[in-house]
Design a protein around this ligand. Sequence first.
Ligand code: GLN
Length: 489
Amino acid sequence: MHTKTITALAQGLRDREFSSVELTQHFLARIHQYSELNAYITITEEAALSAAAHADTLLATGNAPTLAGIPIGQKDIFCTLGVKTSCGSKMLDNFIAPYNATVVEKLNQTGAVMLGKLNMDEFAMGSSNENSYYGAAKNPWDIARVSGGSSGGSAVAVAAGLAAAATGTDTGGSIRQPAAFCGITGLKPTYGRVSRFGMIAYASSLDQGGPMTHNAEDAAILLQAMAGFDDKDSTSVNHPIPDYQATLNDSLKGLKIGLPKEFFGEGLSANIATDLHNATQEFQRLGAELIEISMPTLTLAIPAYYVIASAECSSNLSRFDGVRFGYRCENPVDLADLYTRSRGEAFGKEVKRRILMGTYALSAGYYDAYYLKAQKIRRLISEDFKKALAQVDIIMSPVTPTNAFGIGEKTADPVQMYLEDLYTIAINLAGLPAMSIPAGLSAEQEGAPMLPVGLQLIGNYFAEAQLLNVAHQYQQVTDWHQRKPADFQ
Ligand code: GLN
């Protein structure tokens, strides 16, 4: 049951092959059995079983939404009423959210069953899940390797069959990179497509929630439930929501695919280049046309992102002061001591590094040199995408420069870690939608394990339906998305 797609599970529930309670019990048992993967921070066993029982009554009416009774996991960045919402931090280890994020509310309304809260890098800062206060979520393809970050727990849960699907968030690659490392499908929607209300803010102008699933069809189902205008989020966009499943089977004949040469050059592992070459050939067979394009500003994305994201996080994280909620140090002698020790004791190293960098970049005297400059680069990157997307329908690229790396391999060198985001970050700066889909299984060198490889599809603003269509067509003629890690069958 745990390798089935949402579509297959929804059918099984309707055919009474199993009930939602049985399905939920099955997933809960697996979560306990494979606790070494460290995918969950909190398991909401009792609430899940009662939600499942409720879904079973809803299903019995014959009139339930597709997601009714489907067990899913929520990234621990989404506030969940009455449930610990830690954001992967010691700062919020004692925080019980007093309300639901809009995404949680919407998914609850469909009758989906929340199994628990998924592991993540502290405040979504990271590319390996190693910055989590609760320890790294481990890659089920090789547990000595990272799952990717920051939505590592979500990717592990889906890949190892510890949830039928999961939510994630993506500020600079956090849905797509772990999806690629764990061999699942991830979609980062257009900025503003999915409400950020109740989604703990890292870098507000970049953060966006989205689905992490077994395949594109499931991503369409989950996105359908997550998307939409929310008057509680001033950055959410009131743009019509298409039926994401309706166009999944459209033909790709005549589709123009751009391949930016800057994404396929130096720094990309040879095995990934080969797998992606094969994938693009597959698209050609499906009737698409491949066009080489150039996007010269892409190389500036990482420095611009780390200035902007750090600046925004330094402001967003100032709310954690030991006064209103979250961690408070013991016996503060005065207010300054309360602030300094609460923040000093509860934030991890990477979060502190970003707050320091961001505060520096925003300080008088440096603002123009760093923050303003980064914003100008951001504009140039958006223009580059605009030009490219006037020429082609979608852009294809790698998701990551390497396969999933070893736990501990890059923690000593933050810049090495930042370079992991080479291919994903520019998309967030432009606010565009993008997907990561499994497109291979290969080893970096002889003797190394075979690991999943992701292909990135980048579309125009609000072109999620088109991305899902392109991904779905590819998944009709390939089976990379059906491969599962051998040790967690
Ligand atoms: N790895 C990037 C960072 O550390 C992106 C994280 C994310 O998308 N949340 O900021």
